[in-house]
Design a binder for this molecule. Structure first.
Ligand code: ZN
Ligand code: ZN
Length: 335
């Protein structure tokens, strides 16, 4: 049986050989060069490519594109499309009132009062709007839906505070922001929230409860309070979460994620602020740099120096703006 099979194989091999000899040589194959089509740009790439005002356009070269989100990060849990400049122009209602009001809610220690004192000049410089204080919001309003929390003692429902602020909002308010030492929750199904804002009402609330030790970590507490306040007030000017760049307008699901953000907004969120408040970037950089320095937030000073270094060319220097090498305004050639 084995021998018969072997013979068949030899015969078959012979037939194949004959077949190959009889076949004509195939013509050389032509290689047609098809243009390689690049993949269509992602939503994030399209947002990053959107044209910017001239003064901000060079900042794209130093901005960090949004890094991929890990498990538990905001975008992994809350996928978002972001917001183009064009869309923000449509979304942003005119900012008629010109004052940002801060409102203490609940009990305030001396250390917490100091945080608000130090926040005021930072927010005024960032938004280029005056910042004033309103009398404290009553506990009856702010703590209406209190629930216990094992680590923070108690949590307050943000909605109670937002509704309370609507009632005390002055006519000249651009935005009203409550600040409390009590931890917050936005909905019974959520664990906590750093802060929350109402887009339509232009009111918001933030908590100092998770910012750190108010006595021994003052710089960290101030940095975290500043980024939460400017993020929430940014929402009040109809800025949605940024998905294009690493930016303080990114959503944050936890403290490590929030701490990883730069203090300065990305070029596109700065452009949105220009639309909302009419702020002039050169004047803003000069005043915010001074405020960061005064507050000891050296990370902010460094970020502004990078922005100024990238952005300022003589053609776009406006009266009162910073010029390279003189960002303090007092150095040689300061303007
Ligand atoms: Zn947000
Ligand atoms: Zn941004």
């Amino acid at each position: 049986m084995g021998r018969v099979l072997a013979v068949s194989a030899v015969l078959l091999g012979g037939l194949i050989m004959v077949g190959m000899l009889a076949t004509a040589k195939p013509p050389p194959r032509r290689v047609v060069e098809k243009p390689v089509k690049p993949p269509p740009p992602t939503r994030e790439e399209r947002l990053r490519a959107e044209p910017l005002p001239e003064v901000l356009a060079p900042l794209v070269s130093i901005a960090q594109p949004k890094l991929p989100s890990g498990p538990g990060d905001w975008l992994s849990e809350h996928p978002e499309d972001g917001q183009s400049l064009a869309q923000h122009k449509v979304d942003c209602r005119p900012v008629v009132g010109r004052v940002i009001y801060l409102v203490p809610a609940g009990e305030f220690s001396e250390a917490a009062k100091k945080v608000i004192d130090r926040l005021e000049p930072l927010l005024a410089a960032h938004f280029q709007l005056p910042v004033k204080r309103l009398p404290p919001l009553s506990d009856a309003i702010a703590g209406k839906s209190e629930r216990p929390h094992p680590d923070f003692g108690a949590q307050w429902l943000t909605r109670d505070i937002l509704e309370g602020l609507e009632k005390v909002k002055p006519a000249d308010a651009a935005a009203v922001m409550a600040i409390t030492m009590v931890d917050l929750y936005p909905d019974p199904t959520w664990n906590f929230v750093f802060g929350e804002a109402s887009y339509d009402g232009r009111v918001g609330v933030m908590s100092l409860a998770r910012t750190g030790d108010l006595m021994t970590e003052q710089t960290v507490v101030l940095e975290r309070s500043y980024t939460t306040a400017m993020h929430e007030i940014g929402h009040m000017f109809q800025l949605l979460h940024c998905v294009a760049w690493e930016c303080p307008m990114n959503g944050s699901n936890h403290q490590v994620e929030a701490d990883s953000r730069p203090l300065e907004p990305c070029p596109h969120c700065l452009a949105k602020l220009m639309v909302a408040t009419g702020m002039e970037p050169g004047k803003r950089w000069k005043e915010l740099r001074a405020a960061f320095r005064e507050a000891g937030l050296l990370r902010g000073v460094k970020e502004i120096d990078r922005e100024v270094g990238a952005a300022v060319v003589p053609a776009v220097v406006v009266p009162g703006a910073i010029v390279p090498g003189a960002v303090d305004g007092g150095g040689a050639g300061g303007g």
